[in-house]
Design a binder for this molecule. Structure first.
Ligand code: BGC
Length: 503
């Protein structure tokens, strides 16, 4: 009798504490994300062609911190059923992954379709759908077919045509079952890092115009693919097509007008040059930055601005061409008009922006130099975007925390980061922001680009020494599962035993 009373009291106590919790809506999509080159391996299997990442890791191995590559990575090409099992263990509603362009079109061009590549993604998708997991496809997550790079890649004005051919193949092949398409992952990392600096393949490093030229061609390619989906596929497939932009938060260091302007120009250079043409009412590149580039270009002896104009026709094509705004958010910095400046090449995007950024010492640091745990950064970023771009539909398509590779399975800092970010999501939902889903980065450890396997962002550990690439749940996986399953954040929840099962 006594134990029955205690049990009843406990149940009542638990219920009332969960009743007080703010809840995520039942139709809110909780998922995790990955990208083809980071997980698949099978880099030349069954007819896959070479991508710019294959080319760089094989020809310039020292480019990667631990001299590793994605030739095998987490070997998802052979382990995709285990990947889906992990999604089931976590009770995920959704999974965001990317198609390797060169797996389905080995040369990048439409004349040569690799059926084995199409079959691989069909199997992956069908396996997810068996368990009611909603697939979200990213068409381009950084792995341009090398042959297209040899023709200039994103700097060739024909890029939009090549991308359209590829996009049509993806919509045709998978759109009967996949209802969420993301054209590009992170234009900033594609254009600034790949074309405006030497930090990512294809290492073009044209600081003066590389970023801007790529930005213009990328948003036009996005818009053409969007309109194609809208006209040719939406009537029968009924899905959505959007883009994912990396939006880290840049706030002013002080309340001075100069610092506020510096933060605004920084945001324009970091994400505005990709978001503004698509999501703003006026279209085209953002005003303050484009005026600054035009002025500097004239002073530097150029006959026209290094930032290309959009014609009125191009502006109209691009403006409004997205069903949703995918946001990848990780970190934040404070921006100053005068302090913390470091030298930049002249001319370059960073020289055009001409501000200093820093992160205060008290913000916890991850294993990645660019990733700090900044208070309310997700909330600040989304609130700003929501106002600036007139309340679009949002998905958080990536958010996560990196640890070193010797950390093992106990990742309390990742848990703290996720809980704080998800509290921000609840704040945004309370404010009426039209946020439809959240994808943790990443489902499991993978090839972390230039950092190789030295930085880990997975909910599951992958043993990269083991030929089977065994995946094991970290503590954060249990916590994420608890949130996804119960639809609220229990800050006191501790997994009893670290044994993961499918419920
Ligand atoms: C990218 C991912 C990457 C993650 C962590 C994002 O910029 O989309 O591919 O692994 O950040 O660096």
């Amino acid at each position: 009798m006594k134990s029955l009373v205690i049990l009843t009291l406990l149940v009542v106590a638990c219920q009332s504490s969960s009743d007080k919790q703010r809840r995520f809506p039942d139709d809110f999509l909780f998922g995790a994300a990955t990208a083809a080159y980071q997980i698949e391996g099978g880099w030349n299997e069954d007819g896959k062609g070479e991508s710019i990442w294959d080319y760089v890791v094989h020809n310039n191995p020292a480019y990667i911190k631990d001299l590793s590559n994605g030739d095998i990575a987490a070997d998802s090409y052979h382990n995709y059923k285990r990947d889906v099992e992990i999604m089931r263990e976590l009770n995920l509603n959704a999974y965001r992954f990317s198609i390797a362009w060169s797996r389905v079109l080995p040369t990048g061009m439409i004349n040569n379709v690799n059926q084995a590549g199409i079959d691989f993604y069909n199997n992956y998708i069908d396996e997810m759908l068996k368990y009611n997991i909603t697939p979200l496809i990213t068409l381009y997550h950084w792995d341009l077919p090398q042959k297209l790079h040899e023709l200039g890649g994103f700097t060739n004005p024909l890029f939009a045509d090549w991308f359209s051919d590829y996009a049509r193949l993806v919509f045709q092949s998978f759109g009967d079952r996949v209802k969420h398409f993301i054209t590009f992952n992170e234009p900033r990392e594609i254009c600034y890092e790949g074309y405006g600096t030497d930090t990512k393949p294809p290492i073009v490093n044209n600081t003066a115009i590389g970023t801007y030229l790529c930005a213009k061609h990328l948003v036009i390619a996005h818009a053409k693919a969007y309109h194609m989906y809208d006209k040719e596929f939406r009537p029968t497939q009924g899905g959505q097509c959007g883009i994912t932009i990396s939006v880290n938060w840049f706030g002013p260091d002080t309340d001075s007008d100069d610092d506020k302007l510096a933060a605004e120009i920084t945001r324009q250079g970091e994400w505005g040059i990709y978001a503004h043409p698509i999501f703003s009412a006026e279209g085209g590149f953002p005003k303050e930055l484009s005026e600054r580039v035009a002025k500097k270009s004239a002073e530097q002896g150029y006959s026209k601005s290094r930032m290309p104009e959009f014609t009125e026709e191009e502006k109209a094509l691009v403006r409004g061409a997205s069903d949703f705004f995918g946001v990848n958010h990780y970190s934040a910095s404070l921006t100053s008009a005068t302090e913390h400046k470091v030298p930049h090449p002249v001319p370059s995007l960073m020289d055009d922006i001409d501000s200093g950024t820093y992160t205060p010492d008290e913000w916890p640091k991850s294993s990645s130099s660019w990733l700090t745990f900044a208070p309310n950064s997700l909330y600040n970023a989304l609130t700003h975007l929501n106002t600036r771009y007139n309340k679009p539909v949002f998905y958080i398509t990536e958010n996560g925390w990196s640890t070193s590779n010797d950390r093992g399975l106990i990742d309390d800092d990742r848990i703290a980061y996720y809980r704080a970010a998800l509290e921000n999501v609840l704040d945004l939902l309370d404010d009426g922001v039209n946020l439809k889903g959240y994808m943790a980065w990443s489902l499991f450890d993978n090839f972390e680009w230039n950092a190789g396997y030295t930085e880990r962002l997975g909910l599951y550990n992958v043993d990269f020494e083991d030929p089977a690439r065994t995946r094991t749940a970290k503590k954060s996986a249990f916590v994420y599962k608890h949130i996804v399953t119960h639809r609220y954040i229990d800050h006191d929840y501790e997994p009893e035993a670290m044994i993961m099962t499918i419920d």
